[in-house]
Design a protein around this ligand. Structure first.
Ligand SMILES: Cc1cc2nc3c(=O)[nH]c(=O)nc-3n(C[C@H](O)[C@H](O)[C@H](O)COP(=O)(O)O)c2cc1C
Length: 354
């Protein structure tokens, strides 16, 4: 049942619904802005069991746009802490943060300024890095291939950000290994053509993301939640398949990850992905069945009754909902009413649903 609480380590989620991480491209020097207070404040009152903060870069090069959140220095840490305290004052919903490096998808315009467009010189483009010197799309620049020294720096930046997330008090961290960002770029044979120990066969392509996973595991407290967003498939003939994905998730589980959120697509602009209601549920179900790790699914889950069905059928343990919460912050309460579940909403709002 979707409204039954779930305990992961020492963290209790009051239901199985997560607010999906959603980049707002509204940070100032990597720090949360007033917009984040409004946006996350609203989502924190949605009644979800877990609030995931958007993809946050581990360093400047790892941003998607100049206006991404970044958690690298002490000024940023202080500013995140202030926002975190504000959200915790609103209620005690566990709060997670997603940590990422954009790799070759970085140095982009903010989508509402120019969608899927790399920055130009006038707009302070920066040199991007990736496993291989392969551009993500026709009009995109060629990234530089990462060398061993630079990869070591990225590992250190992940470690540094995880320490900061721990200091702030986040309940959960999620390493972004999907949507075509750097760690996904290592995993996918489409973006990784390396001939060293980080490319070629599966074991080699897994190596860099798993190295980071191991380091993160050493730092992140065992009583909190550690997860990853992964790709179930690239939706491309030559890309990652569900069977490869299962093998990767097994490795994450061995390292001690608590959950995976099964996403898909994003390694190239155009894939064979077809967007429809609950389009990733089956991928999630397969991964759950074959790995027994806690799984979360996402993608066009627009109503709570349907979401409950997914949980009841055992296709996923958790759900992430994104755009529907923006469209309707009262989604959960309305769903609870439909399902005749009582005592979900604060008493002040009880009569709003008569
Ligand atoms: C504006 C926007 C920003 C997003 N930013 C992120 C992000 O930071 N990290 C991430 O993993 N997914 C991101 N996504 C994907 C969502 O988390 C979610 O998986 C996707 O929107 C599908 O779920 P939905 O149909 O419930 O919105 C974003 C989606 C949108 C619409």
């Amino acid at each position: 049942m979707i409204f039954k609480k779930i305990k992961i380590n020492k963290v209790i989620l009051k239901n199985k619904i997560t607010v999906s991480p959603m980049c707002q491209y509204s940070a100032i020097d990597g720090c949360p802005s007033d917009w984040h207070y409004k946006h996350l404040g609203k989502l924190n009152l949605s009644g979800a069991g877990l609030l995931m903060m958007e993809s946050t870069a581990i360093n400047n090069e790892g941003k998607i746009t100049h206006s991404d959140l970044c958690l690298k220095n002490s000024k940023q840490e202080k500013s995140f802490k202030k926002l975190f305290n504000y959200l915790k004052k609103l209620n005690d919903t566990p709060i997670g943060i997603q940590l990422s490096h954009a790799g070759r998808k970085g140095s982009s315009f903010i989508p509402w300024i120019k969608s899927n467009t790399p920055l130009d010189k006038k707009n302070n483009l920066w040199q991007t890095f990736a496993p291989s010197a392969l551009k993500k799309d026709k009009n995109w620049p060629i990234p530089k291939e990462l060398n061993a020294k630079k990869m070591e720096l990225i590992i250190n930046d992940f470690k540094n950000t995880v320490r900061k997330a721990k200091n702030i008090g986040f309940d959960c961290i999620e390493i972004h290994m999907a949507h075509g960002y750097l760690l996904h770029q290592f995993l996918s044979p489409i973006s990784n053509l390396r001939i060293d120990e980080y490319g070629g066969n599966l074991k080699n392509r897994f190596r860099f993301p798993l190295k980071i996973a191991k380091e993160v595991r050493k730092i992140w407290p065992k009583n909190k939640i550690l997860g990853a967003r992964i790709t179930g498939t690239d939706h491309l003939k030559k890309g990652i398949s569900i069977n490869e994905s299962i093998l990767f998730v097994r490795e994450l589980k061995k390292i001690g990850f608590d959950y995976v959120c099964v996403s898909s697509g994003g390694i190239l602009t155009k894939t064979n992905l077809k967007f429809k209601k609950g389009f990733r549920v089956n991928l999630c179900k397969k991964i759950k069945k074959k790995t027994s790790i806690i799984t979360r699914t996402s993608g066009l889950i627009k109503d709570i009754k349907y979401a409950n069905k997914i949980i009841e059928k055992g296709s996923a343990d958790l759900l992430a909902i994104g755009r529907s919460f923006i469209n309707d912050p009262m989604l959960i309460y309305k769903g609870a009413k439909q399902m005749k579940i009582k005592n979900i909403i604060e008493p002040q709002y009880n009569r709003m649903f008569d």
